[in-house]
Design a binder for this molecule. Sequence first.
Ligand code: AHR
Length: 516
Amino acid sequence: MKEKMFISLVLLMMALSSKAQTVTVHADKPGDVIPKEIYGQFAEHLGTCIYGGLWVGKDSDIPNQDGYRTDVLNALKELKVPVLRWPGGCFADEYHWMDGIGPKEKRPKMVNNNWGGTIEDNSFGTHEFFNLCELLGAEPYLSGNVGSGTVEELAKWVEYITSDGDSPMANLRRQNGREKSWNLKYLGVGNESWGCGGSMRPEYYADLFRRYSTYCRNYDGHHLFKIASGASDYDYNWTKVLMQNAGGNMAGLSLHYYTVPGWSGSKGSATNFTKDQYYWTIGKCREIEDVLKKHIEIMDEKDPKNRVALLLDEWGTWWDEEPGTVRGHLFQQNSMRDAIVASTSLDIFHKYTRRLKMCNIAQIVNVLQSMILTKGDKMVLTPTYYVFKQYNVHQNATYIPVDVECDMMEIKGANRKFDAKLPLVSATASKDKNGVCHISLTNVSVDKEQTVTVNLEGIKAAKATGTILCTANIDDLNTFDNPDKVKETAFKAVSVKNGQMKVKLPKNSVVTLELK
Ligand code: AHR
């Protein structure tokens, strides 16, 4: 009896010491529309992203539609990919587009110097990329070569893609089998011009941006959205100089931020990590919020009318390559830890869409934090894929501000510049054009189920339905032998009553609910 009373007392004390997990959604105070482009993707000529991942060629034994893998194509259609960035990355500044058009047997080869010295045969070029975007219903985002290409080369590429007149480049395109121009809005003028894109100083690059972009013309009703190559992480000076010297010439400025333990030495295993390393990773991914705020602050100062968009056109986790894979191909596995990085990051991005207009996770297939992994004719959907699938209800929906009050976790480990306290619940919400509200909740904890009370301010609902992505262990993942270990299932542990929703979130879980 005494023992029972003692246990009850301990449980009571534990309950008191643990804060209630409360999320308040303010549908009565709607925010900005979440552009669908926040869910953008990135495909670089790197490792097996293009060759083997997206493209196998028409003669392959792997089932394909005009050379594109059928399995990958179908899986990507489910994600509603809004925009696809190509051909790099670092590759873009060594890419010469004319090598990738015309009869395949005549296309010259090149060495992919950035990525393992692999021989690139240029069989996937402009036509193959733009046709893929049409198949996926995605906006193309072209990354132009400034580092090693000429102004003329970039200007002609734009003419080749978008001119409908009797122009030399439009006629060349016609000769190569495409009568009509393709849709092209987003044009990146260089990539990482401070590094692999030419090792430039911001003042010099700002002038080059002005020069190159001058000659990228708007043909026949097309209107280019010209994007300047932006900073990496904490390089606020780059943003400042670019906004100062070329802000008036650009429609957008990019930014790259990776969840990576550091750039020198090992980046850590994608599959084998400790709890402390996991919490450190989530802290690092959350640090993007502070980085975004600081870049936005500079942009607000230089562009108070909010004309220039910020585009986070590379983000995601970056781990050591999988043992046994080709060095320089950046093939990494993807666990539930990566899924939590994805949901937490997207929750943050939703808050900054006044300025932040596009994000492109790196990368779509077989590279870094990918949606899909392939090996021969096998395909695996990663935990990150399922987060993008759950979250696509937020595309083009109106953001609903959210307050989260929850337990915090102390982050341990080296290299930590960010806040030591990590919230164990992450959340976001939106209202779509039909007036339907969706709420996404992540339980960041690896040990504790958490019951979250969601206060539904400004929402009338009687019930909620949705799906859950959840694993027993944070390092659980899908492999070619066991491809369905982590996948979304129907979620039942939710009830709605008197303007409140109660949600029981298992450890390591991401839930998206529709209110009815
Ligand atoms: O996404 C991989 C590489 O990371 C890109 O090519 C480059 O832009 C960045 O450094």
